[in-house]
Design a binder for this molecule. Structure first.
Ligand code: PMP
Length: 341
């Protein structure tokens, strides 16, 4: 890895962050006349800008110290901050894979950063050599990988070599890791100072409405995130909702197990459906299927009230289907079994 200071945008290195009213005092106050809030109401006070209670809860679950945790307004905020911290607009570039999650492109474009996309092979795996050929380019600041990958559904293999050898920052987006049965790269943070692991409560934790994304990384990298984020980027309601949901460990396990059982059931039925040519193996809570004509299947399902994600433009004739509740999956299976081309 190159030195962290040579990877960070100079204006971010020298940035004097905004100091919010609620982060300036310490001790036990009871009369709050510092933040121009309305003294009346239920939601009248600003939330904890550093989300301490939520980080404590995550720290216990993930076995990571709170100083190694950043909370974003969804992991989409984490992705955007990576470009904003490391990539000089119009100068630096980032590397990712294709097909993958669309926000990597959009965030790169917003930040005026060229995104070089390395095609995955036919098993949707990474060509590490192709990727590492950009290693001598000092402008290649950020590598964005998604594992399990969206929309292909599979874990990327042999990431260790890539993370170890890439000289810039590596963001591993683990939005779907809970469904994979494999350990998170969080466990390897102490081995790789250039590693940022993004996770989210939007998937296995069922909290998409609360917009809680998380970055795990070295203290130095987390401090950069804290410098750049808006002062109160996670609402008090969302922090509380997240803490409540993280405490419901049995519910999380039960839901996850049910979704995994359903993933297996739906896969087995779809494999035998006449209109389905291929069901790709999934380590996530969705399946990618190949059909003869993805546009017509997508439209047919839409007409029956079932909304899936047409990925035809990314992967020809492929549709991505989220694993829903058993009755939602039954509706999908009935519809697909009746679909004829
Ligand atoms: N990463 C991946 C791979 C995703 O698929 C998604 C959501 N579809 C996100 C990140 C964003 O998740 P969040 O709700 O935490 O912003």
């Amino acid at each position: 890895m190159r030195s962290l200071s040579s990877l960070v945008r100079p204006n971010i290195l020298s940035l004097a962050p905004y100091s919010s009213a609620r982060s300036e005092y310490s001790g036990k106050g009871s009369v709050f006349l510092d933040a121009n809030e309305n003294p009346f109401g239920v939601y009248n006070r600003y939330p904890d800008p550093m989300q301490k209670a939520l980080k404590e809860e995550l720290s216990g679950i993930k076995n990571v110290s709170p100083e190694n945790i950043f909370i974003g307004n969804g992991s989409d905020e984490v992705i955007d901050l990576c470009y904003r911290i490391f990539c000089r607009p119009g100068i630096d570039n980032a590397i990712s894979i294709t097909p993958s999650y669309g926000m990597y492109d959009v965030s790169a474009a917003i930040n005026d950063t060229d995104l070089i996309k390395i095609p995955l092979d036919q098993n949707f795996q990474l060509d590490a050599d192709m990727l590492l050929q950009y290693n001598n380019d000092d402008k290649a600041k950020l590598l964005v990988l998604c594992s399990p990958n969206n929309p292909t559904g599979n874990l990327l293999k042999n990431l260790d070599d890539v993370i170890k050898n890439f000289k810039g920052i590596v963001l591993v987006d683990e939005a779907y890791i809970d469904f994979s049965g494999t350990p998170s790269y969080i466990d390897k943070l102490s081995l790789y100072p250039n590693l940022i692991v993004a996770q989210t409560l939007s998937k296995a934790y069922g909290m998409a409405a609360a917009r809680i994304g998380i970055a795990y990384a070295s203290i130095e990298i987390i401090n950069l995130f804290n410098k750049v984020k808006p002062p109160y980027n996670v609402s008090a309601l969302n922090q509380l909702a997240a803490i409540t949901s993280l405490k419901e460990k049995e519910e999380y396990e039960n839901q996850k197990q049910l979704l995994l059982t359903e993933r297996k059931r739906v896969t087995e039925i779809l494999i035998n459906a006449p209109s389905v040519k291929k069901v790709y193996p999934s380590d996530a809570n969705f399946l990618l299927i190949k059909v003869d004509d993805a546009n017509s299947l997508y439209k047919y399902l839409l007409d029956t009230g079932i909304i899936t994600r047409n990925r035809n433009t990314q992967i020809p004739n492929c549709v991505r289907i989220t694993i829903g509740s058993p009755s939602e999956n039954d509706a999908l299976l009935n519809a697909i079994l009746q679909f004829s081309i």
